[in-house]
Design a protein around this ligand. Sequence first.
Ligand SMILES: NC(=O)C1=CN([C@@H]2O[C@H](COP(=O)(O)OP(=O)(O)OC[C@H]3O[C@@H](n4cnc5c(N)ncnc54)[C@H](O)[C@@H]3O)[C@@H](O)[C@H]2O)C=CC1
Length: 498
Amino acid sequence: MDAPTTTSAGNGTSGDSDGGGWFTPRTQPPSSGGDQEPEGNRLAAMRPVRRSQELHSGPEQERNGSPRERIPAFDAPPAAAAPRPAAVPPPVAAPHPQQGEARDPQGPEDSVFETGAPVQPAARTPEASPDAVLIRRTMAEIGPVADKVTSYFYALLFVQHPELRSLFPAAMDTQRDRLLKALLTAAEHIDNAPVLVDYLQNLGRGHRKYGTQAEHYPAVGECLIGALSRYADGIWDDETEAAWVRAYTTISQVMIDAAAADELHSPPWWLAEIVSHELRTAEIAVVTVRPNQPYPFLAGQYTSLETPWWPRIWRHYSFASAPRSDGLLSFHVKAIPAGWVSNALVHRARPGDVIRLGPPAGTMTVDHSTDSGLLCLGGGTGIAPIKAMIEDVSERGVRRPVEVFYGARTDHDLYDIDTLLRLKQSNPWLEVRPVVDRDGLLQLPDAIRQYGPWHEYDAYISGPPGMIRSGVNALKGVGVPLRRIRHDSVEELVAAGD
Ligand SMILES: NC(=O)C1=CN([C@@H]2O[C@H](COP(=O)(O)OP(=O)(O)OC[C@H]3O[C@@H](n4cnc5c(N)ncnc54)[C@H](O)[C@@H]3O)[C@@H](O)[C@H]2O)C=CC1
């Protein structure tokens, strides 16, 4: 994200922060009737409500893979909210984990902003709702100037609401904040309720660690509309604005509800002391930490992590072990050029240093409701969550075939092969096949074609974005259905880049 260099908001769209500003329609709205609600209501629609648990009809939201409660944001919008567009279906419990399921990375569903918002073509409604049509039209309009929209959005936010500046990293660029991208992508896929709700709940929970409060959402919404209306001015009208207000209201309400539900049983972050730091190669360290309070997670998930040296810069790392009885967590970190957090963790961190952890996330977890085989592709440090999943299967004591292809560019880069071979010795159902590039002649996904058949396996891919993309293609090519392929969001991995 570009640094917010624009400091002037005086473009004719600005206004008083207490009301008639960002939502003042450009043209006079119809005086009554139709779908247009009075401006006061539209403003009210942007005001999220901090809902308490009594509004939730189901059981407490469960993080660790149990069925999730339906957050009623789509069913029961706040009293003052604008009418829900008829075409937005109520949320249904997602049949499969969504975030990690495969989707065609080249598919037409990717946003112009490319975030980790999980979108599945199959789950899309065949006909877009009127609001979705208007929102996508806006996105198409701003696509070519996405960077300017981003800069302007943050400039507006920080000028109009300086009190929010401290929630963001000191240095802002495309790597540092993805809030706007996430919001825009969510809005663009507003019709895809089941997937969207899951994604937004995660986003809402994850934002607790930044100190985000329900009261902050209207400010963000105002600036969102301010930036969009400025750069999509060729198509912007009352209807478009109303569609965005409705979408944003829904989005922010789901996030606020999820954060409020999470608040009841989880801290916004965990402090964790580094208890061991082991350099495996010149660039790769295995870092083990002890959280200051219990940290529930599942093998295959990841967390966000902040070091004391780069405040408010959070990076994702997968857990490299299944949950342990001593509560310790470990991560495999590779220092990459210009990677602030990764370099700090590999070259600077020492036992005794204290880092912060966000909540666990991700759905690339073992499905224990079946005894299907597991086909695992781990590339480089992408082997970390695969190792965690092997331990998870081992601890269950169920014999199911687990076939691991561990890819690296050189023998030397197979930094965790000894651990995997030890696991293989004690678990006869486990097969480990190292795959070394040989100057690009044999890439990891190619190797799986030499074995199989795989169509009855659940497949897990973890590694560099390019490997995940070609892995999905290779798996599809050998007959593994998409619904059986899981991986973390490629866009998140690209965006993390550290
Ligand atoms: N949950 C996940 O998906 C996790 C992903 N990662 C990601 O894994 C990456 C690890 O980086 P390194 O260790 O430097 O890996 P690397 O660049 O050394 O590559 C590891 C393996 O992937 C293969 N590969 C790389 N690009 C490929 C492509 N375009 N097509 C086919 N195969 C390809 C390489 O041939 C090699 O076998 C990072 O990007 C990190 O963010 C790390 C941990 C967990």
